[in-house]
Design a protein around this ligand. Structure first.
Ligand code: 13P
Ligand code: SF4
Length: 303
């Protein structure tokens, strides 16, 4: 691969009228080449509102599929075909149908980290940054939430009057961090601010100074006066945190929190994606229409 791959990507991007979107968990060099970098909610908004006809989505499959559900007229590309989200695959449509039968009055809320088939069976989607606002805007007293039991329990804690039925899914990356790791660092550095993603387990969240999405964690650290931060989410966010805050110190808990799927996409993959139009996301129209409402409701209720 030629050393000036970045120039080649930029040239191809212009020729193909494409935009490159990257999640904060992507490799630093992929974030650097992107037109927009953000959390799941922000990227979903940009994919829908952008004028470009091709979107290269550097993230995982459910993100690219969500973009296609909302913008079927656009050419949505996922540079690495098997960049999936194990948590999204933990919720099966058949099992959800059974659960819905047991709770016919419950609103069904899906984390955007879910398959298109599951979105098609839901009332509304949420992201970690939009979830609290959206749940607050839902009248139903009973809510089925899937697939992330950790984000689900975090939301349930904020709405004690509602009854939540939580799916048993979780993020394998955020599950790695243990309360002891975080406590040990807090014991050594009493002033450190602990910023935690809601995909972490409850006992880890209990030690947080702030809980929020990747984008919210970055904003919090950028506005806060403190010098030291323990970042309890996938390590990819460190790139933007350090870029925005060169004079602050960012630490991670003992175990490295790396999402192997988010790290699959390389600059070479982005180049190949633009060159060969790979991998095109296609969703069967009947399924897409069923899933469309849940994502549109997310954008409506998050306002
Ligand atoms: P956010 O960027 O919305 O916080 O999502 C985190 C995540 O795990 C995406 O897969
Ligand atoms: Fe899925 Fe977790 Fe990776 Fe996000 S970090 S894509 S939730 S496995």
């Amino acid at each position: 691969m030629s050393p000036n791959i970045k120039e080649q990507i930029l040239k191809l991007k212009k020729e193909k009228n494409a935009i490159i979107l990257a999640h904060y968990y992507q490799r630093p060099e992929v974030q650097d080449i992107a037109d927009a970098v953000g959390d799941s909610y922000y990227l979903s908004q940009i994919a829908q509102s952008c004028n470009e006809t091709t979107v290269v989505f550097c993230g995982v499959k459910f993100m690219a599929e969500s973009a296609k559900i909302l913008s079927p007229e656009k050419n949505i590309l996922l540079p690495v075909l098997d960049a999936g989200c194990p948590m999204a695959d933990m919720a099966e449509p058949e099992a959800l149908l059974n659960l819905k039968k047991q709770h016919p009055n419950a609103a069904v809320v899906a984390y955007i980290n879910s398959t298109t088939e599951v979105k098609a069976l839901c009332d509304v989607c949420v992201t970690s940054s939009s979830a609290l606002k959206i749940i607050n805007n839902i009248d139903s007293e009973e809510i089925i939430f899937l697939p992330d039991k950790n984000l689900g329990s975090y939301i349930a804690e904020q709405f004690p009057k509602k009854k939540f039925i939580l799916w048993d899914g979780y993020c394998i990356t955020h599950k790695k961090v243990r309360q002891e790791n975080v406590q040990a660092i807090k014991n050594i550095n009493k002033d450190i601010k602990v910023l935690v993603h809601p995909e972490c387990e409850a006992e880890v969240r209990a030690l947080a100074d702030f809980i929020g999405s990747t984008g919210e964690i970055i904003s919090y650290a950028s506005k806060c006066e403190a010098r030291d931060y323990l970042i309890v989410t996938e390590e990819g966010v460190l790139h933007e945190l350090k870029r925005r805050n060169p004079n602050k110190n960012f630490y991670v808990p003992g175990n490295t929190m790396t999402c192997i799927n988010m790290k699959k996409t390389t600059l070479e993959d982005v180049y190949e994606s633009l060159l060969n139009n790979t991998y095109q996301i296609n969703i069967e129209e009947e399924m897409r229409i069923k899933a469309y409402d849940s994502l549109m409701n997310m954008h409506k209720l998050a306002r």
